[in-house]
Write a protein that binds this ligand. Structure first.
Ligand code: SRM
Ligand code: SF4
Length: 520
């Protein structure tokens, strides 16, 4: 149960409203909300508790809600994607969807009166939005090419699904985990390239072999804890000095989330993520508590993990471990999709693949299980002009958070600006390598600028007496093997002055060259 020391501390307003009424309680009230309309709803139900159902009131577009799904391991079926498309289609220009930096998808333009009906539709096809926002566990990420990759060490799909089922009570909502101190992120990586940025999660499992008494290497995971990005603090996760068998991953996750729930700091919301508890306790005390609750002794971490590749972007066509089949990685610029796009992608997956679609943390998609014999026709599909398998070296790696169009925390517009700027840069420059540019609209860092080659974080800038949209520039983020965070190298650049600065950074640091046409 929740730490009494924490509960006697002065409660902040979030802890107060959670104590007054559990977030999940609104599950039984959604029909009523649909009838009375959002204007008549209690303020905390509207602004906060609805997020326990994955429904987000958007102050920027009042009355047009955002819905955040849970897509474990980023995998869904063409039928599920078509249902999501039909949901947004009815809202015309207001309806759209965004693939997120957690291998997930968010729907936009939703009207509250339609939500009960939408939930019924989701139920029928095995989709859920439950506990995807606020003080809950976010979408659990896993290797995007799990079960396809010739070189994979572990197929993460089942474990990710099992953890989600355990934490959400099979998608129904789980009161055991509906009052955490704050959000909690979990990732499992199964390949050699750490495709999910494991190190920026509160809890992550990294492939590692431990040699047993018979000197045979046994596969399992090293466990890392406490990674986070927030406006107050950004850290990579630290080793818990624990190695577990895959069979123990679900129960270990449960124990760690329980400790966070019961002992995580609650008084100051800025300090309510797991890392702050680790600071207060120290990793040894935390490990001891994990072991106590786990009920059997935990092995120390393997000396080395198996992450020894550069991170792959999965764009292009790749042979699968299943002979004769390929997966196609398509670039979805800044993750934005219309209903028509979603229906087209669902159709591609059905006609050429096995009806499966996957999302990556770069906000792109993968269509698996395309036979060699279908590739030639696949390439003739018109939608590949919009969602290329071989996009420009900047466009393919571009990531952007939601920004001012829908997010009230945003200090700047992101997605549209990011697209425009990348198009201009690609027309000015030739590149011989990928450069990962990530935009994020405020210091909350949803667009993960600290993992990028060039990260752009929204800020306000004063220029000639005027307040303008601007960015702080981060560089040096490394992903895959030896991942580490980038740091801020330039402050307060007005967005209107940014393009030539990015051009110079690309030329000076990433080998870009000016095209003839740009020199003339
Ligand atoms: Fe985030 C809050 C969008 C990934 C750190 N994030 C928000 C809210 C919910 C704020 C709000 O209510 O408007 C944003 C919703 C805007 C909208 O309408 O879309 C929002 N976050 C996103 C998404 C959609 C960005 C994207 O375009 O992909 C991502 C959804 C992931 C998902 O499917 O669940 C998203 N957010 C992240 C990540 C990246 C990650 O998980 O790898 C981070 C940094 C990692 C981390 O959390 O440690 C992140 N978001 C935050 C924070 C800062 C957390 C903190 O401890 O302070 C906030 C603010 C908060 O929670 O109070 C936030
Ligand atoms: Fe909104 Fe800021 Fe997150 Fe972007 S980084 S989605 S602006 S909270």
């Amino acid at each position: 149960m929740i730490d009494t020391a924490a509960t006697t501390e002065k409660l902040n307003k979030f802890e107060k409203f959670k104590a007054e009424k559990d977030g999940l309680a609104v599950k039984n009230e959604i029909e009523q909300f649909a009838q009375i309309g959002w204007e008549a709803m209690d303020e905390n139900d509207l602004n906060h508790r609805l997020k326990w159902l994955g429904v987000f009131f958007r102050p920027v577009t009042p009355g047009k809600f955002m819905m955040r799904m849970r897509i474990p391991n980023g995998i869904l079926t063409s039928n599920q994607l078509s249902v999501l498309a039909e949901v947004v289609q009815r809202y015309g220009d207001d309806g759209s969807a965004d693939i997120t930096t957690r291998q997930n998808i968010q729907l936009r333009g939703i009207k509250i009166q339609d939500i009960p009906n939408i939930f019924n539709k989701f139920n029928k096809v095995g989709l859920t939005t439950i506990q995807s926002g606020m003080d809950n566990i976010r979408n659990i990420t896993g290797d995007p090419v799990a079960g396809l990759d010739i070189n994979e060490l572990y197929d993460t799909r089942e474990l990710v699904q099992q953890i989600q089922d355990m934490l959400t009570n099979n998608g129904e909502g789980n009161p055991e985990f509906s009052n955490l101190p704050r959000k909690f992120n979990i990732a499992i990586t199964g390949g050699k390239d750490n495709s999910v940025h494991a190190e920026i999660n509160d809890l992550a499992f990294i492939p590692a072999f431990l040699t047993n008494q018979e000197q045979i290497p046994v596969f399992g995971f090293n466990v890392i804890v406490g990674g986070l990005f927030s406006a107050k603090r950004c850290e990579t996760a630290i080793p818990l000095n624990v190695w577990v068998l895959p069979a123990d991953v679900v129960s270990l996750s449960k124990v760690i989330v329980e400790i966070f729930r019961d002992h995580g700091l609650r008084a100051n919301r800025q300090k309510a993520r797991l890392i702050w508890l680790l600071d207060e306790w120290g990793i040894e005390k935390f490990r001891t508590e994990v072991e106590k609750r786990f009920g059997k002794s935990l092995l120390p971490a393997a000396a080395k993990d198996e992450i020894d590749w550069e991170k792959r972007d999965h764009l292009g066509i790749y042979k699968q471990k299943q002979a004769g089949f390929n997966y196609a990685g398509l670039n979805i610029p800044v993750g934005r999709l219309s209903a028509h796009d979603m229906l087209e992608i669902a159709r591609l997956a059905e006609v050429y693949g096995s009806g499966e679609i996957r999302f990556t943390v770069e906000q792109n998609i993968i269509i698996p299980n395309i036979p060699h014999s279908s590739l030639t026709t696949f390439f003739t599909e018109g939608i590949l002009e919009k969602f290329a398998v071989n996009p420009g070296l900047l466009m393919g790696s571009l990531v952007s958070c939601t920004g001012a169009q829908f997010c009230n925390f945003a200090l700047i517009e992101t997605k549209n600006r990011a697209l425009e700027m990348i198009k201009s840069l690609e027309s000015e420059l030739t590149l011989s390598r990928l450069v990962r540019i990530h935009w994020t609209g405020c210091p909350n860092s949803c667009g993960q600028p600290q993992v990028a080659d060039i990260g752009l974080m929204g800020t306000k800038v004063r220029k000639n007496g005027q307040m303008l949209e601007g960015v702080d520039i981060y560089m040096g983020g490394t992903v895959g093997k030896d991942a580490h965070l980038g740091t801020c190298v330039k402050n307060s650049i007005p967005c209107e002055d940014l393009q030539p600065i990015l051009r110079d950074l690309l030329i000076d640091n990433f080998g870009a060259k000016l095209r003839e046409s740009a020199i003339a």
